[in-house]
Design a protein. Sequence first.
Length: 275
Amino acid sequence: YKNNIIRTQSNLMLKEKNKELEIAKEKAERASNARSEFLSTVSHELRTPLNAINGIAHLLLEENPKKSQMNYLSSLKFSGDYLTKFINEILEINKIDSNKLEIEYISFNLKQLLEDIKNSLKELASVNNNIFKLEVDPAIPDYLIGDPTKLSQIMMNLINNALKFTKNGTVSVIAKLHSLEDKNATLYFEVIDTGIGIPADKLQSVFDSFSQGSIEINRKYGGTGLGLTIVKKLIKILGGRINLNSIVGKGSSFSFELQFRIGSPLINVKEKTKT
Ligand code: ADP
């Protein structure tokens, strides 16, 4: 009888504890949703007037301004572009963290996608006097099924960084077929540069939000410190993991593996999933 009373009491206590935990969980979820909604609203509200400011700066720059005005306008455009990038990145991270990011599955041509990225970054490569190499394994199937927008965003970010932190050097982009089974292909991507490199004690933290190599690096190269955070999160969502190897003064290598279903120009799959 005594044992029964003890058992009932401990059951009651356990139930109470579980209830408390449930309430705390709901509270945390509500707080997180409210924060995410707030961030999203503020960012969208900021974006609209910013687009107007950027648009006007752009128009005025095209109207052959005087040299003194040109400097002010260029500075306005630079700051506007920076803020736009920053807001878009905050929105993107918020979307990922609140599981609202959509992944699309469509048939796409990887070779074409990488060529397009290379062309769009050609100017940055030549500004820094870098050799930009693209090596695509011919064994990779012509068409893959995946999310080309997300892949493009990942590659653009990594290559952009590689070109930014390298001067008079080489940036190589490698896409290799790792394995081909039945309907799936596993691909290995690597972006290698011969740039400034990353110190050993920063190899983990460069993926944290707002983390930049150092104040000096930030002052010299600019940037938001959010690019690699997004890259890491996107690769994870697509089923991979990012690896980083780097030696200060010698260069860096960012690599990851992803699995794709094999596509064809005739297959036009369009599935969407939320993360
Ligand atoms: P940022 O907008 O500052 O470039 P990222 O998140 O893309 O932000 O990168 C974070 C930091 O990691 C950079 O500020 C830089 O210090 C370091 N970093 C990233 N890519 C490279 C690279 N290829 N070579 C050297 N340092 C890099």
